[in-house]
Design a binder for this molecule. Structure first.
Ligand code: AMP
Length: 607
């Protein structure tokens, strides 16, 4: 393996790399740097995120560009603001001993006048998002007539995000003589078309196999139903007390919902998606980088710019719409020589999609069982013991207290002492997982309709639907208003246009019928009636989208019951969803419904 000096980089660059702790080039750097330095040929590089591609294209440009000229000589396009800023900052670090080098980063959502002023001062390297770059070209603030290098970073992602027209414009605004360097993790036909139309006989290099994931990532899938997906997610987190993970969701709404639920359940989580303001996004990313947030729930796009090397897990809450994006997601872990785990939560019917991903990444997924309560308790216990073993005792601070502590505990044997200390932390976990169900069993029949049907539930027809402004929250409210019993579990809900379905614990089916009959409730001016239906679910879906699929997966209870300890058990988690669906705001500060023990607590202390 060569060093950066062997690659022909000049001394100021090498010095900066030493400061950054870059000891040896990565594979893509070893291949790309000498190639770009020694040849004017265009370059097509297959590179995942986290392989060191920023340095792979920036260092040769810094080596070659004319420091004496203020003309813009290199333009780097990147899909998101975060990534652009990160690239800009990386280049500033690489060029810290090259005082004449100026880098300007331009992106939407920020003051354009300020960016124009920056460009006017002269910048040899401009990093930009496609939309803002085109805007600045149109305003004649960004002049690309002297461009020698055009870099398209994460080209697949830029096209995914709909920037084809912008790329075309930038490519056309740059001189024919430029060298185009295209970096992409995947090469779908749209990227190949760009390469074909705008590049001349490009040299191809790869870092690892095309489209495949890092060797340092293992891939696991868990079979879940819509009913068990969130609980499975929590159990995975509980099984890994030191988890540092991104949970990927497909939509902003799903992202916010998962994050809200995790926060409400006491996990150290936060959401990152495009609906947040830039300041909020920066703040969340900052906290995640510092590990004051341990679980980041994010959309694909929002997480693009996040440069974190030590993730233990990437969790696909839902598979990405385009399976090629799986490589992007899983590539967030297993970086910089560390190992990582990429998990997908899938229903039975999605197994085929896992097969398709396996063909792309050329690796097999391992099926993992959703951990049982007992396994989690055992893991937490061992983790606690390890913590006790590794804790440093601050003798000087604790010394004064010890005599009275010894005195208080003098009646206890060594065994009793250990048992009591361990139980102090452990009891809450035990009670939390006391009656925990086997989620693998619940997920088994998640096949055809995506949700497990539960033999213990009765399915009811109700004569109101979306046209009456019914939604799952309102339906839960309506059921709760009938005072059927103190503690009723509500299962899946399907809201259709003019009627709906809901499930109720079978034990209370008669009370449910009689309560509705007695109360004769009205909803949106219509008299409400309900009937027991057969368990056939397919027919009920006709003509309407199933909200129950999203919101109805977890059983719900009335909101009146608290467990003995003041904390709710895992089974009682359901009531939280009920209370939220009834309009209660999740309370970040309330501790009454948080999950127990070390996991949440430890991280809160670090804040
Ligand atoms: P990138 O793929 O450019 O986003 O880089 C991924 C991460 O690896 C970043 O945190 C870089 O700072 C780091 N990195 C890149 N090249 C090297 C290197 N040669 N040695 C150590 N770390 C590196």
């Amino acid at each position: 393996m060569s060093t950066f000096l062997d690659l022909g980089l000049k001394e100021p660059i090498n010095r900066a790399l030493t400061d950054l702790g870059y000891e040896k080039p990565t594979v893509i750097q070893e291949k790309a740097i000498p190639q770009i330095i020694s040849s004017l040929d265009d370059l097509k590089a297959f590179a995942q995120t986290g392989t060191g591609k920023t340095a792979a294209f920036s260092l040769p440009i810094l080596q070659l560009l004319d420091e004496g000229s203020k003309n813009t000589q290199a333009i780097i396009l990147s899909p998101t603001r975060e990534l652009a800023v990160q690239i800009g900052n990386n280049i500033k670090e690489f060029s810290k001993y090259m005082p004449n080098i100026k880098v300007v980063t331009v992106y939407g959502g920020a003051n354009i006048e300020e960016q124009i002023r920056g460009l006017k001062k002269g910048a040899q390297i401009v990093v930009g998002t496609p939309g803002r770059t085109v805007d600045l070209i149109n305003r004649r603030a960004l002049k690309l007539g002297n461009i020698e290098w055009l870099i398209l970073d994460e080209a697949d992602e830029m096209l995914n995000m709909g920037f084809k027209d912008e790329l075309d414009k930038v490519l056309e605004a740059t001189p024919e003589t430029k060298q185009t360097l295209l970096f992409s993790a995947t090469f779908p036909k749209e990227v190949e078309a760009i390469a074909k139309n705008y590049m001349t006989r490009p040299v191809e290099i790869t870092s690892g196999q095309k489209n495949t994931g890092s060797d340092d990532v293992s891939h696991e899938y868990y079979l879940v139903s819509e009913r068990t997906r969130y609980q499975a997610l929590k159990r995975i987190a509980d099984l890994n007390p030191d988890i540092y993970a991104i949970i990927f969701c497909r939509t902003r709404r799903e992202t916010q919902e998962v994050a809200d639920n995790l926060i409400k359940d006491g996990y150290n989580a936060d959401a990152l998606h495009g609906e947040l303001s830039q300041a909020q996004r920066d703040s969340v990313m900052g906290k995640f980088r510092k590990k004051t947030v341990q679980i980041l729930v994010a959309t694909d796009v929002a997480a693009r710019g996040l440069d974190v090397n030590s993730l233990t897990h990437v969790i696909n809450h839902k598979l990405p719409d385009q399976i090629e994006n799986y490589t992007h997601r899983s590539g967030r872990t297993g970086r910089a020589g560390k190992t990582g785990i990429s998990i997908v939560l899938i229903s039975n019917k999605e197994k085929g999609r896992v097969g398709a991903i396996e063909r792309i990444i050329k690796k097999k997924f391992v099926q993992s069982k959703v951990p049982s309560g007992k396994e989690i308790c055992q893991n937490q216990l061992m983790h606690l013991i390890d913590k006790v073993n590794n804790i440093e005792v601050n003798q000087s601070e604790i010394e004064n207290f010890l005599p009275s502590i010894y005195k208080k505990l003098e009646g206890l044997s060594r065994e009793e002492l250990i048992q009591k200390f361990v139980s102090l932390e452990f009891n809450s976990f035990l009670s939390y997982y006391e009656n925990a169900q086997d989620l693998n069993d619940l997920s088994k029949d998640s096949g055809r309709n995506g949700r497990g049907s539960n033999e213990n539930m009765t399915r009811f027809f109700i004569n109101i639907g979306r046209k009456d402004s019914l939604n799952p929250a309102k339906l839960i409210g309506l059921i709760n208003d009938q005072n059927i019993t103190n503690n009723i579990e509500i299962g899946a809900i399907d809201i259709l246009d003019t009627f709906s379905f809901f499930e109720i614990d079978k034990k209370f089916q008669e009370q449910t019928l009689s309560s509705f009959a007695e109360n004769q409730p009205e909803f949106s001016g219509r008299g409400v009636n309900i009937e027991i239906t057969k368990k056939e679910r397919g027919g009920g879906r006709r003509g309407g989208k199933s909200f129950g699929k999203k919101d109805g997966g977890f059983g719900r209870r009335r909101n009146s019951e608290k467990s003995f300890s003041g904390r709710r058990s895992e089974t009682n988690d359901r009531s939280r969803r009920s209370s939220r669906a009834n309009g209660d705001r999740p309370d970040r500060n309330s501790s009454s419904n948080r999950k127990p023990s070390g996991f949440g607590r430890k991280r809160r202390e670090r804040k």
